[in-house]
Structures are given as C-alpha cells and as structure tokens.
Design a protein around this ligand. Structure first.
Ligand code: DC
Length: 219
C-alpha cells in the first residue's frame, strides 16, 4: 500500500493557517483539508435543524445522517456546497461549542484520518498533530498575538462589508481561544514535536516559504 504524508498545521483562530496551508498544499501538489470547516459544517447543520448543544439524541441522529466532504476546495454538506455560509460569527461560535462534544469529534476525526490515509494532505486545525495524525511527517504550530489576529480578522470583515468594531472582534477571538484550549477533549495545544511559527510580524507568503523550506529539508 502506498504511504502518504500528512503535514499538520495547528494553531488558534486567525493565525493565518488556512491561507498558509492552502499555499503550501498548492506548491506541493497535495490536497488542502480545512478541518475547521468540518466543525463549522456540523454547527451549521445543528443551527439549521434547531438542534441544541445539549440535545444528545438529536445530535446523534443528525450525525448518523451527515456527509461532509471537500470538492474543489469547497465544503460539501450532504452534497451541497455550504462554503459561503459558514464564516459568520454565529457559526464560528456554534463550531467552537460543538467541537467540545465527543460524538462530534469522533465522527470528524475518523473522516479526517480516512482523508489523510488516501492522499498527501496539508491539514489545518487544532488537534491535527496532537491527535488526528500524531505520526504526521511534519507538524507546525502557527500562532500570532491575539491583537494581530483580531486586526487581520477585523480588516477581513470590514472588507466583506460587516459592521463590526475591533474591540468586539478581539473579545470574540479571546473567547474562542479560551473555549478551544480549555475543553477537555483534544484541546488546542502545541505538540512537543511541532515547529512553532509566530506570524505576528510575518506575511502569509513568508510563513509558507518557511514551511516549504523545512519540508524540503525533510524536517
Ligand atoms: O479553524 P476554524 O476557526 O474554522 O475552526 C472552527 C472551530 O472548530 C474552532 O473554534 C475549533 C474547532 N476545531 C477543532 O476543535 N478542531 C479542529 N481540528 C479544527 C477546528
């Protein structure tokens, strides 16, 4: 059986993981897998079906009847492209909340492992190097100061026409950091064998270059 490689890029919200992971995957000819989008898809479907975080039975039934996949970089939920509807603050919060539920993680981690076992992947998330692929060939932890992450997110939202204040964006980022790192199951954490990159003063292109250089050298 052919062995594939996985490149794990973990880190907090707004550190630039998806831009960097996409660029690295493109340059290596590997597939980019945005695992945050998978948690967002579950949060999106829960919201659409009125399933609350405490509704274990409803959630179990929903998960048993849920397909999540990627097609040409788009997240497909039950065969429908929902990429356009999962980047709102409401869905960010749903995704962060549902990602603490064991049944949700179990389903998505199994899907992620299956995806990474059949092709070369660059996967970004929170627990890829620590839990999904503990034997990944390359592990990176990408971070930046909360203020810089909020600044990037704020500019992005403004550009998209959202009516938001920087203070609110920073508060949301800090709340999500807390949520993602304090949950019991596979929290956001730096694996001890990950290369940590602080992108506070780096562009996404510079981060991608550094990763490609490390990967090219074999670690
Ligand atoms: O990367 P993102 O902001 O799109 O992720 C949305 C949420 O999903 C985030 O708050 C935490 C959760 N998540 C996770 O728990 N594990 C992952 N591997 C990826 C995301």
């Amino acid at each position: 059986m052919k062995e594939y490689y996985q490149i794990a890029i973990d880190g907090p919200s707004g550190a630039g993981k998806s831009t960097v992971a996409k660029a690295v995957a493109g340059r290596l000819g590997a597939e980019y897998i945005d695992t945050g989008a998978m948690y967002r898809a579950v949060g999106y479907k829960m919201a659409a079906n009125g399933i609350g975080m405490g509704d274990a039975e409803g959630l179990e039934a929903m998960l048993a009847d849920t397909e999540i996949d990627f097609a040409h970089g788009k997240v497909m939920l039950d065969g429908i492209d929902i990429s356009g509807g999962i980047r709102t603050e409401a869905i960010s919060k749903m995704a962060s909340d549902c990602s603490a539920i064991p049944a949700v993680r179990e389903k998505l981690v199994a899907l992620q492992r299956a995806m990474g076992d059949k092709k070369n992947v660059v996967m970004d998330g929170r627990d890829i190097g620590s839990n999904v692929f503990p034997d990944a060939r390359f592990k990176f932890y990408l971070t930046a100061s909360p203020e810089e992450r909020a600044r990037r997110r704020y500019l992005e939202m403004k550009e998209g026409g959202a009516d938001v204040g920087y203070g609110q964006v920073l508060a949301d980022i800090e709340a999500r950091d807390f949520n993602d790192s304090s949950r019991e199951l596979n929290p956001l954490a730096v694996s001890e064998d990950a290369v940590v990159i602080d992108s506070t003063d780096m562009s996404a292109a510079e981060v991608a270059d550094r990763i490609i250089m490390i990967v090219g050298k074999g670690g």
